[in-house]
Ligand binder design. Structure first.
Ligand SMILES: Nc1ncnc2c1ncn2[C@@H]1O[C@H](COP(=O)(O)OP(=O)(O)OP(=O)(O)O)[C@@H](O)[C@H]1O
Ligand SMILES: [Mg+2]
Length: 315
């Protein structure tokens, strides 16, 4: 059950436990969480494991509703109700009768419609545009938002009464940075999945790459992680993915550091050799001028002389 949702961290498992209890009921659910945390996957799982599984499951993205036709999209309209209403149209709510309606990005629902949705949630009565009669519709509503509805309430953009009506059971998806112990699990899951999907040999991460990915804040959450896995699976099939293969946004996130200037390869390096090499290059570039070479290397002339002596470099 709920196996589409990968994660074993304590806060994620607590959420799944609540979700399983809620799935079995008809109660209205409000799913919150940052972008890419899995709100839609959770809504799917709730429906699939509810007594309404197999009944209509209609999804409506409130952010994609053109203002003028939003009401008729939700409740439907009668032929002739307005210019352009050439035939009766069934709204999403009546279409979901007996099943579930997923109202995604509920924060974007126009204020005028918020009042009408609230009335429906309280009475179960649906009135298509241009229709004098109401009809009873039995729909379980799952709503999702990726922005804080309290902020919207305080600016007058979201009705407080609708919020409380939707928020009967809140399910909050934690951002990935708050369940870091799941990062490796998700990486492995998606690397395996994309190797299969694209029929390529599965790539793996080196320890240092895993450590870097584990400390990255993942602003795009699981979606970002999933997309990175797909890209790396395709570009580096069968390879061990090292730190140097990670994208710049991940590398720029080393604790307290900016993007590194050089990368330590997973196989390691001989630091003495690298130092010798850099000193020789600086001396060559400055035609043996030690002061200029020291400046290029960001060290004092004395330190340069000491290191040249140490490595047996002469000009
Ligand atoms: N726990 C998870 N296990 C497996 N896959 C997940 C999980 N969470 C999210 N995903 C995957 O991440 C992607 C984004 O998930 P989803 O669309 O549900 O995010 P969302 O919270 O609805 O984001 P948005 O607010 O941007 O709409 C999807 O490809 C989904 O399959
Ligand atoms: Mg979504």
């Amino acid at each position: 059950m709920f196996h589409a949702l990968i994660g074993h961290s304590p806060n994620f498992e607590a959420l799944l436990r609540s979700a399983k209890v809620v799935a079995a009921t008809d109660v209205t659910v409000l799913i919150t969480g940052e972008t890419g945390t899995g709100k839609e996957v959770l809504a799917d799982a709730l429906q699939k494991h509810s007594p309404r599984a197999g009944k209509p499951f209609i999804k409506l993205n409130c952010a994609a509703l053109p203002e003028g036709i939003a009401e008729s999209e939700l409740f439907g309209h009668r032929k002739g109700a307005f210019t352009g209403a050439v035939s009766n149209q069934l709204g999403k709510l009546p279409a979901a009768n007996g099943g579930t309606l997923f109202l995604d990005e509920i924060n974007s629902l126009p204020l005028s419609l918020q009042a009408k949705l609230l009335r429906f949630l309280e009475t179960g009565e649906c009135q298509p545009v241009g229709e004098t009669q109401t009809q009873s519709v039995h729909v379980r509503v799952i709503a999702a938002t990726n922005c804080n509805l309290f902020d919207k309430i305080s600016t007058g953009d979201f009705r407080r009464d609708l919020f409380y009506r939707l928020n009967v059971v809140p399910l909050e998806l934690p951002p990935l940075r708050e369940r870091r112990s799941d990062i490796e699990l998700l990486l492995q899951h998606f690397m395996k999945q994309f190797a299969q999907v694209h029929r390529l040999e599965q790539a793996a991460f080196s320890k240092t790459a895993l450590a870097r990915l584990g400390s990255y804040p993942w602003p795009g959450n699981v979606r970002e992680l999933r997309n990175l896995c797909e890209r790396l699976s395709i570009l580096l099939p069968g390879r061990i993915i090292g730190v140097e293969n990670l994208p710049s946004e991940v590398l720029g996130s080393a604790p307290g550091a900016q993007k590194p200037v050089v990368f330590l390869p997973d196989v390691g390096i001989a630091l003495d050799k690298v130092e010798t090499e850099l000193i020789c290059q600086a001396l060559q570039r400055t035609h043996g001028n030690r002061s200029k070479s020291a400046r290029l290397l960001g060290i004092s002339r004395d330190t340069l002389l000491y290191r040249m002596h140490k490595h047996g470099i002469s000009t």
